[in-house]
Design a protein around this ligand. Structure first.
Ligand code: KG4
Ligand code: ZN
Length: 357
């Protein structure tokens, strides 16, 4: 079963062809990702209007390359999948509409995939992982702990009540004068910094829920940075190292609670799985390994290129749904917001915050 996948929800224009065998195993035939970082860098973040226009310009060529590299024609596709949300609506419209056009012209099924579901199902492509498993999704837009119990079956165990982890890295980088995207820059600066110089808060530490909070920590970094102006390079390194250390400790604490909640509700998970751009951070990978060791849980971290946004994960989620007969009609709507767990509600006490529920 050959499926084309299209990803345009943020600042990557991506397309891929994935093959799913009858035994459920998967193979990536092509995976083309064109990052728009250069287009957005001088604005210090993703500009939705520029992203949407860039997707329009780039997508046809990227799809053509993905098909060529896979060595197949549209007639051989069993289906075409697009990320139909959540994300920046202009980009989502471009990807979904393109997928509809291909599906219509070549009379092949359309699968409107939830971008978060695609992250969630990636370890089944890379490691043939069985359900149930525990997903830690940490990107620029999302920070969630999710129980994945089947295709289309997700229970959110924890979420951020304010900023996503990647967003906090990006904001800290910006306030310290480091370029966008900030995550890798903060990680690099932290290597030469003293993590013990600043005693930043460990948000949510010790709470019995598995939620995250990053905005207080970010404000604490801002306060110290303002106090130290003008910042020397060593100050920046120390601020980055102390910030990252706080994120690591908080993440480890939140994840161990998340795994406890998982066990109570679903039994032992087959693995703890990391996804999202933040999972590219070596220090965070180390913290996840510690949590996995302490809880005797297998840790799966897909290669960084499959942790960050890509077309293969969309194609794979499309193939998993298609195999179960879960296809969509031409009425499928692009969605800026789309909960992975439709039953998830705002964390208690945080109903009025801007959380990525
Ligand atoms: O998953 P992703 O590529 O895109 C979405 O947000 O959906 O994640 C990008 C985010 C950005 O916030 C970026 O700063 C963060 O992941 N990130 C990192 C690192 N690499 C990327 N954060 C911390 N350390 C890194 N090495
Ligand atoms: Zn993503």
């Amino acid at each position: 079963m050959l499926v084309l996948g299209i990803e345009t929800t943020c600042d990557e224009t991506a397309a891929a062809v994935v093959e799913r065998a009858p035994d459920g195993s998967g193979k990536i035939l092509s995976n083309i990702v064109r990052s728009q970082i250069e287009e957005h860098a001088r604005f210090g973040g993703v500009v939705p209007e520029i992203a949407a226009r860039a997707h329009v310009d780039l997508l046809d060529g990227i799809i053509g390359r993905a098909m060529n590299e896979a060595g197949i024609g549209f007639a051989q596709l069993a289906g075409v999948a697009a990320a139909a949300g959540p994300g920046l609506i202009g980009g989502v419209i471009v990807g979904l509409t393109t997928a509809k056009a291909i599906a219509m012209v070549h009379d092949t099924p359309l699968i409107a995939v939830n971008h978060l579901e695609a992250h969630a199902l990636t370890p089944r492509l890379t490691d043939a992982l069985d359900f149930p498993y525990c997903l830690f999704l940490a990107s620029g837009g999302h920070t969630q702990i999710v129980a994945v119990t089947g295709v289309g079956q997700y229970v959110r165990l924890g979420t951020t009540v304010d900023d996503a982890i990647g967003e906090a890295f990006d904001k800290v980088a910006k306030m310290l004068g480091l370029p966008y995207p900030g995550g890798p820059q903060v990680e690099r600066a932290a290597v030469s910094g003293d993590a013990a110089r600043f005693a930043f808060p460990r948000p949510m530490q010790g709470r019995s829920d598995a939620n995250f909070s990053l905005s207080g920590l970010k404000t604490a970094v801002r306060y110290e940075a303002n106090r130290l102006i003008p910042l020397e390079q060593q100050d920046v390194n120390d601020l980055c190292a102390s910030f990252q250390a706080a994120v690591l400790e908080s993440t480890a604490d939140r994840l161990s609670v998340g795994l406890k909640l998982f066990r109570e509700q679903f039994g032992a998970p087959h693995a703890l799985v990391a996804a999202g751009g933040v999972a590219a951070n070596q220090a965070i990978r180390g913290a996840l390994q510690d949590v996995a060791d302490q809880t005797q849980t297998r840790l799966i971290m897909p290669p960084p290129a499959l942790c960050t946004d890509n077309g293969a994960m969309i194609a794979w989620a499309g193939a998993e749904r298609l195999a179960l007969g879960m296809t969509d009609t031409m009425e499928a709507q692009p969605r800026a917001r789309w909960l992975l767990d439709a039953n998830a509600t705002a964390p208690a006490g945080f109903a009025h915050t801007r959380a990525g529920f």
